[in-house]
Design a protein. Sequence first.
Length: 339
Amino acid sequence: MRFHTFFKYDRFHCLAVAFLLLVFLGILNIYYAHAPKLGWVKLEKGQGKQTLQEMKSNLDTQTTPEDPVDWNALILRQPSWVQNKSWGLRRTTDFQKPPLTNDAQDHEDEIAWKEFFSGTTNGLVLELGAMDGRSYSISKFFEKVGWKAILIEASPDALRIPRNRPDALSLRLGICNKKSTIHFVFVRGRGIGGILEFMSLQFLKAFHPELLKNGSVSQGNSDSAEDILDWNKVRASPKVTQRTCLPLQAAFDRFQIDHINFMVLDLEGGELAALKSLDFERIQFDVLCVETNRFQNESDPYIDQVVNFMTGKGYKVYMRISGRNSWFVSPTFNSIVSY
């Protein structure tokens, strides 16, 4: 009798423990599903937890009739400095010889620092095509010298940014001329992802030939996505996802930003579309680094398309080609002597 009573008692508690374990696992599942969006991520040592103000700032980004974009679905992390507007480029003596990261493929961080921003802090850098915020990052160095960073990425790698770069404003979206849905091709760990609609035939041949129509690899001359992509293959591909695409100006308007000190564009063919999505009457840049020469062919007509567009907006060509990039400077920016 005593043994039977003990068995019933023990079975009841086993069931109770099993139930509590299932509840705990359910909570963990919810946590990891929503952590990147709300900023509830494990931070690096010394970063601390997200503040109540930062959480409220995230939750306050509601859709309005005037702004039909669901920013809650696009903002991965919004630090308090965004709402407080606590940035502004200034001189400092703290970082005269800062250690460079060696992450940038063409030493873009070193060029920007030595040519334009040496001895400054608290500037604002935007990296468009930020991957996971760490791989090949140009902006990471600038955070180390006290700058604020905005990171925009459309691929699944974007979900890693809040963990890798918890102090950055991070958004997961594509950039194009108008609000739409685009097809983003992604290969983890390689900088060959981007919006299919903007990729050139040469780029697709080199990195994503399996998505082309039969015959396009050997015979196609058109750079129109409609002409060269097999959309049945695109929709069936496990490396292609559909993402929201917005004008870059919409993001600046959302966060009331009208001045970026340093902008980096690396979109595998989508750079010109991103630039055309801007209202240059409402946003100003000091220095821009734009990837225009992916295959390091200085006769590529895409280079001149970007150069002509930027000079038409009043920007000076600082370097037509340096590695894969073209560099532009605002006529009102006089390097660090201005600050």
